[in-house]
Write a protein that binds this ligand. Structure first.
Ligand SMILES: *Cc1c(COP(=O)(O)O)cnc(C)c1O
Length: 417
């Protein structure tokens, strides 16, 4: 570990929670340089929905490299990009009745968000963007301005309000029985509310970093109605909950809404290669050529594995049902565990589930205990009180129960049971 402590910036973070040198990985398993095995219930923060080094993705990737195909192409046309665009349309958008154009904004999530915010402001001519409490949208200044966490925000080093942002209460923020959208609607209807009419609202259908907070289908539906009525664009940030994590390809599908723009990244390449897209309703596509660009928009290796993931998992009918079945198993186990202790609760959707602890930092203690027992699992929420289950969607049922056993033992230790 000395080399990291000596040579790498203090900004490093996950390495502190999981202080070993990882070397190999396969499916839902990680191995360190000493050959120790760890179960991976973190999956690269939701980047590895199909597990590590999935052979169905690795094979076409190796063949693509071996035949001397294009690796980097800016935004020039390549066969890999042609195939990705065509298959994404055929396999994902068309069967869902969704009509979007695809923008390649640069390969990270925050870039997909920046592109959406810029386009919303350009198209509407308005500056304000409304975002929700506990939101996480990325680390560049535009995305940071719509992110909730105070620690991350102060890292920006300049006032973020210049970006023109407003914060609204997320679903459930004001406790049970309060529909937080009443507040938004009232602000919009009152010309003296002080709210500059937003260009767009950006929302995560399930807030991941913010604590595994689930927006109900009804709440999302009403948000869509309000935004439509007032001519405000709706941007769904599906970077972490998208690509199947919720049990559907897009988490918004359950609610039946159609956002105006969608940001996708993390598991889009399926292999851990950086890749992002911003999906836009065709009528919003008012970009001038090159108005938003980026050197690594043509990351063809990521397009190859993304297309392979579409073929291997999404072109088949039963993948969503498989994920949903595993999600029920995980959810059931967590709920019966939480039942034993009234201080605990469970929330989440699909294979993003949160076990909520009563005290700050307790989830970090559980994560630490779990790691000492051979499980990598992370926390969420502003006070690190939520253990976040984010295992690969391909984790076997046997490995799911192995990992859940470890979490239960770890939680028992932290709760002193
Ligand atoms: C990770 C994440 C981002 C930012 O993605 P980066 O690739 O880290 O820039 C944005 N929104 C959500 C919901 C995320 O989980």
């Amino acid at each position: 570990m000395e080399v990291f402590e000596k040579l790498e910036s203090e900004v490093r973070s996950y390495v502190r929670g999981f202080p070993v040198v990882f070397d190999r990985a396969e499916g839902h398993e990680l191995f360190d340089v000493d050959g120790n095995r760890y179960l991976d219930f973190f999956a690269g923060a939701g980047v590895l929905n199909y597990g590590h080094n999935n052979p169905a993705l690795k094979k076409p990737l190796l063949e693509y490299i071996e035949r001397g195909a294009i690796t980097h192409s800016l935004d020039m046309a390549s066969s890999a990009k042609r195939d990705f665009l065509a298959r994404f349309h055929e396999v994902i958008l068309k069967p869902r009745g969704l009509d979007y154009k695809v923008q390649f904004p640069g390969p990270t999530g925050t870039n997909a968000v920046e592109a959406a915010l810029k386009l919303a402001r350009k198209v509407t001519g308005r500056h304000n963007i409304a975002a929700f409490t506990n939101a996480f949208h990325g680390m560049t200044l535009g995305a940071l301005a719509v992110t909730g966490n105070a620690f991350k925000r102060q890292g920006g080093g300049i006032p973020l309000g210049w970006g023109g942002t407003a914060t609204l209460p997320f679903d459930g923020y004001l406790g049970e029985g309060v529909d937080t959208l009443d507040y938004f609607e009232r602000l919009l209807d009152d010309t003296s509310s002080g709210l500059d009419k937003p260009a767009a609202v950006i929302v995560e259908p399930v807030q991941a970093e913010g604590g595994v907070n689930v927006a109900s289908a009804a709440w999302l539906g009403r948000l869509r109605e309000i935004t439509q009525k007032h001519g405000i664009l709706l941007i769904a940030d599906e970077i972490q909950i998208g690509c199947g994590r919720s049990g559907n390809f897009f988490a918004f599908e359950e609610s039946g809404i159609e956002p105006d723009m969608v940001a996708l990244s993390k598991s889009l390449s399926g292999y851990g290669l950086p890749f992002a897209v911003t999906l836009l309703k065709p009528e919003l596509d008012k970009w001038a050529p090159g108005e938003h660009n980026g050197t690594f928009r043509g990351h063809n290796l990521a397009m190859v594995t993304a297309t392979a993931a579409l073929e291997h998992f999404w072109a088949k009918k039963d993948f969503e049902a498989e994920v949903q079945k595993k999600a029920e198993l995980v959810r059931g186990r967590l709920e019966s565990y939480a039942k034993k202790d009234s201080r605990l609760s469970v929330r989440g959707r699909g294979l993003m589930q949160g076990l909520v602890f009563p005290q700050d930092d307790q989830a970090s203690e559980v994560s630490k205990e779990a790691f000492s027992r051979g499980l990598v699992i992370e926390t969420a929420g502003a006070t690190d009180n939520v253990v976040k289950f984010l295992m690969p969607l391909t984790t076997t049922e046997q490995a799911l129960s192995e990992g859940l056993d470890i979490v239960e033992k770890s939680a028992d230790a932290v709760l002193g049971r």
